[in-house]
Structures are given as C-alpha cells and as structure tokens.
Write a protein that binds this ligand. Sequence first.
Ligand code: DI6
Ligand code: FE
Length: 402
Amino acid sequence: MPFDRLWRNARIATMAERQPGLGVIEQGALASRGGRIIYVGPEADLPVGPIAKETIDCEGRWITPGLVDCHTHLVYGGNRAKEFELRLAGASYEEIARAGGGILSTVAATRAASLETLVASALPRLDHLLAEGVTTVEIKSGYGLDLNTEAQMLRAARRLGEIRDVSVATTFLGAHALPAEAAGDKDTYIARLCDEVLPAIAAEGLADAVDAFCEGIAFSLQQTARVFETARKLGLPVKLHADQLSNLGGAALAARFGALSADHLEYTDETGAAAMAKAGTVAVLLPGAFYFIRETQKPPVELFRKAGTKIALATDCNPGSSPLTSLLLTMNMGATLFRLTVEECLAGVTREAARALGKLDEIGTLEVGKSCDLAIWDIETPAELVYRIGFNPLHTRIRRGL
Ligand code: DI6
Ligand code: FE
C-alpha cells in the first residue's frame, strides 16, 4: 500500500503560496505516510484500486492545515478576573496595582505555583485551542522573571506538548516586566538576564526562541537589543512585542535583528513596516489584546499590504490583556476590527503563523513532504470559519497523520 491513510471526497484549502487564493482543490484527496503528506490533489488523479491501509470519506467537508497559534502566554498562575471587575468599576491602573493586580500579581501567583499546578491550569486553555483544530502552539515564559520560575514555566510548556497531541514551540520572555526585587533598575535586571538567566535557559534547551517587551512600561530599544545580541550568540531566533502602546521603533529593531516576527504593532509606522518586509519579519497581529484593552489605534494593515509584510494572527492568550483561547474568534476579530480579508485571516493562522515560528518547511500548508496536520471542518465555505462568532465547526483534528 503506498498510503497509510487517505482522505477522499474533500474540499481542500492547501494555503500553499504557489497556488492562488486559498489553494482550493474541489473533489480533492489527501494522503499520508509515516505522518507526512505524500499526496494532495484531485481525487480523479489517484490510481485506481486499493491504495491505502485506511480510507476516510470526508463527505464533502473542507480540509485546511491544522491551525497554528504563534503567540500565547498559555502558562501562568492564577487569573485576573478580580482586576477585570475592578476595571469595570472604574479603577485606574495604579489602583489595580496597589490592590495587588496587574502583571506582577501574575508573577507572584506563577512563582507560588508548582510545575504540576502550572500544567494543570494551562491544560483547559490548551484543550480549548485544540478543540478548534490547533496542532501547533507557541508558549512564552515571562511571568517568572527569575531563573527558576522562568525555567519552570518553559518546562511546563514542554510538558504540555508531551501530555497532549500538539507541537509546542517555547519562547523565553524574561524581558517581559521588571520584578519588584529589581527595585526599578532595568539595566541591572537586563544585564543579569543576559549574563546568567538566558544562557542557563539555553543550556537546558528550554527555549526555541527569545522574545522581549519593548515599551515605555517595559524595556527600551537598547535593553531589547542587548537581549537580542545575547540570543544571537546563543544561536536562538528572536521575536518582539513591539509598538503595542507607543511607537518606540520596535518593529524596525526587530527587523534589524532578522526577527522571526514582531507582534502587536498598533503604533508601527511606514519605516517599520517596510523594514519588516525587507527582513522577512512577520507581522503578528493580536486583535484579542486590542479588543480587551479597548485600544483604538489599529495596526497599519494597509502599510503592511503595500510593503508586502506577511501578516499572521494569534490569540496572545494571557491573563492581563487577552484572556482568549479561540483562534476562530481571533480570525473574526482580525476581520471585523482590522478589516483583514478571509484569505488573510486563514493564512494568518496557518501559513503565516508557521512562518512566524520559523516552521514553514514543516507545517502551515498542505503540501507534499510536510507534516500531515489537518483540520477537517463541517462548513460549506471557508469564509464561515471567519464569519461566525462563538461557533466551532471542527469535525476532526489530525496531527502527524493520526
Ligand atoms: N503585552 C501585553 O499586552 C501583555 N504582555 C505584553 O507584553 C500584558 C501581560 C499581562 O498583563 O499579564
Ligand atoms: Fe503577548
């Protein structure tokens, strides 16, 4: 038998770049062997006779690549529902911080949690993503802000990838916020992070990439550059939370370091967009955070289109600014809030999200040789995946052919 499994009678959106639009194949078939795609194309072009150990009749359903959530903070302790209530009652950021809220409250809860607790509390969030067809998820650290807890968060992320059928890409985000014990001294914190923390994380193989939060309330361009130089020495790719609340020039800095992605980007300008396009740095847009913090400045989608910057979409799942565990809703928000097209939204959670993780050779489109990661949907048109709100039409999720 040439094929292990054969999905037939399907409509397929390959999302392959060399095909126009969504790369639609009507009357399509897709076959796997050893967990890889070895055929995708018209069913009529298949040889006749028994060709697969198992054949699945898709009854006209749509097949897309398994979804990729390329920016999450899925692992953390506690939650911030109380802070949300206080904000609704009119509390200011300072009042919330004084009442024990804000990002440092998540740091305290994360430091207090065991590895088992971190894994157990992240699991339902992960399961929600998987139930909507996610087959690859990126997970950041950044709520430990000391070596032990940052390492613990990344171990929890790796563990999630062992106990669930999903690929996990880990990212070290030690430069997310300044912990209280640093007493306001950001330079000394970054120096320690670069001299001790990141090298130890890298030595344990815990991080696949390095991220930072470049913002007035977080770290400067110079401090970010220092983290990136350390990552470069350690052979780790970089990405950046850039231009979320103001334009510090984070997108351009990310491009200068050949970053995989720059994320958020509400305040990015034309220079930043062009630099990203030139460097191949993907723009990861996070409409959940835009929505939840009631931001009004939209990321410059038209500038990205003009420059040819690739656009991805992700949940940014985190307790403070985006308690969101739905890539389907993220696509709807990308369309309604940022005016992305259906094609841009679908590419944003498949091909471009894979590119943002540096994994486009392996996942993100349905092409021969790639991992057979599929989402099979009970829909009539792909636009339904973007159009509906709070509805999950997933029929089957396949990872590595199974
Ligand atoms: N940008 C954000 O919006 C979040 N982190 C970041 O870098 C906020 C994280 C939090 O409030 O817990
Ligand atoms: Fe984030």
